[in-house]
Design a protein. Structure first.
Length: 178
C-alpha cells in the first residue's frame, strides 16, 4: 500500500528544488577544482618565466655577453621578477585549504544511528527540506570561498601578464638598443 497525503514518500515540489540545489553544489565543487588547477598552472608558468628571467640576467652578466643591461633593462627585469613572485603567491592562494562547510563526520554518524530520531524520521518531506537547508548553507560557504579564490586567480593572471610584458621589454630593449 502506498502512502498519500502530507509527508508521503511520493512526488512533491521539494524534490525538484532538492535536485536543483544538488546541481548547484556539484557545480560549485567543480568550480573549486577548476580554480585550484588554474592556480597550479599560474605557479608553474611563473616559475618557468622566473627561470628564464634569471637565465637572461646571468647571460647579461657574463664577460662574453654581447650586450649589457642598462639601468632601464634592470628595472624591467626586477619588475618582471616582482610580478612573477606576486603571481606565484596568488596562485598558491587559489589552492589554500579552506573550510567549505561540509557536515562534520560526527553529525553524519549521528544521522545513521538506529537509536536516533533522524534515522526513523517519518516525515520524508521535512527530512528532504532539512538536507536541502544544509546543502544551501554549504553552497553559501563554497561560493564565498570560490569567489575569493577567483579574485586571487584573476589578479595572479594579470600580474603574470604584466610580468611577461616587462620581461619582453627587458629582452627587446638591449636587442634594439632602445
Amino acid at each position: 500500500m502506498t502512502e498519500t497525503g502530507p509527508g508521503a514518500a511520493g512526488d512533491y515540489g521539494g524534490k525538484v528544488f532538492g535536485l536543483f540545489i544538488d546541481a548547484q553544489l556539484t557545480e560549485e565543487r567543480s568550480r573549486k577544482n577548476s580554480l585550484e588547477q588554474r592556480g597550479t598552472g599560474i605557479i608553474t608558468s611563473a616559475g618557468t618565466l622566473a627561470t628564464l628571467l634569471f637565465g637572461l640576467a646571468a647571460f647579461s652578466r657574463s664577460p662574453t655577453a654581447s650586450f649589457q643591461l642598462t639601468p632601464v633593462d634592470e628595472v624591467a627585469l626586477i619588475t618582471a621578477l616582482a610580478l612573477l613572485l606576486l603571481a606565484a603567491i596568488l596562485g598558491l592562494a587559489t589552492n589554500r585549504i579552506m573550510n567549505y562547510g561540509e557536515p562534520e563526520l560526527d553529525y553524519l554518524d549521528g544521522l545513521t544511528r538506529d537509536d536516533d530520531d533522524h534515522w526513523r524520521f517519518a516525515d520524508t518531506i521535512e527530512a528532504a527540506r532539512l538536507v536541502a537547508e544544509a546543502e544551501v548553507a554549504q553552497l553559501r560557504v563554497a561560493r564565498r570561498n570560490n569567489d575569493l579564490k577567483a579574485k586571487a586567480f584573476l589578479v595572479a593572471l594579470w600580474a603574470e601578464l604584466l610580468a611577461i610584458l616587462a620581461l619582453t621589454a627587458a629582452v627587446l630593449l638591449p636587442i634594439f638598443h632602445i
